[in-house]
Structure formats: structure tokens, C-alpha cells
Design a protein around this ligand. Structure first.
Ligand code: FES
Length: 121
């Protein structure tokens, strides 16, 4: 079971939802299912509209690893460094910024922040 808390100036207060780990649902699909107004466009890791900041609230960090597409786009947006990638791949430490359409939730507790402006987190 995953616990995802959405936090944004667009929401009156934080919204926490349960997600079933392993159902291959992305943060974006979970947001849509719960009427969270997270911006998106391509749904395919190409545009950066769904940029989010992720905070891990438990010791368990089991988020899906970064896809090559996500690495490339986050780097080009200046939201991911080579060191961040090394930390993610070697030490299993998730980077701070992710793409909601690429991030598949596992058994973890996270806070997802977004500004509401496409590409702003
Ligand atoms: S919606 Fe375009 S990168 Fe996620």
C-alpha cells in the first residue's frame, strides 16, 4: 500500500490518498483518479508539464527507478544532476524532482508537491 499526499497552492489543503502498490499506476494517474489538478500534456515523459517535487516521508523508498527518458528531460530542465543519477542508481536514493507521468508508485509514503503551473515544482 502506498500513501501519497498531494500538496499544491491549487488545493485548499493537502490531500492524502491510498494507492495500491504494484498496480503500475503513475503519480499522474493516481492524481487524475482523485481529481487532483496536476498539470500534464504528453503523458509520455517528453514535455515536462508534470514536474513534481517528491519528499519521502518514511524510510522505505521504493519508487520506480528513473527511466532514460525521465533522466534526459529532468537534466535538460536543470532539475537533475549526474550526481543525482549516481545516488539513485548506486544508493537507491530517489532524486528530489520527478515526472508524475513516469513515476510508478510502489510501497512507500511520499509527499508530492506541484505549483499548478505546467513544469513548475
Ligand atoms: S506529461 Fe509530459 S512529461 Fe509528463
Amino acid at each position: 500500500m502506498a500513501l501519497v499526499t498531494f500538496s499544491s497552492p491549487l488545493l485548499h489543503k493537502d490531500v492524502t490518498v491510498y494507492a495500491i502498490a504494484g498496480d503500475r499506476g503513475t503519480i499522474l494517474s493516481i492524481a487524475e483518479k482523485h481529481d487532483i489538478p496536476l498539470p500534464f500534456d504528453c503523458r509520455d515523459g517528453n514535455c515536462g508539464s508534470c514536474l513534481i517535487e517528491v519528499e519521502h516521508l518514511s524510510d522505505k523508498s521504493m519508487g520506480e527507478m528513473l527511466t532514460d527518458k525521465e533522466k534526459g528531460l529532468l537534466k535538460s530542465l536543470g532539475k537533475l544532476t549526474t550526481e543525482d543519477i549516481a545516488r539513485a542508481e548506486v544508493n537507491d536514493l530517489m532524486p528530489r524532482y520527478r515526472l508524475a507521468c513516469q513515476y510508478i508508485v510502489r510501497d512507500e509514503e511520499i509527499r508530492v508537491k506541484f505549483t499548478g503551473s505546467p513544469g513548475g515544482a
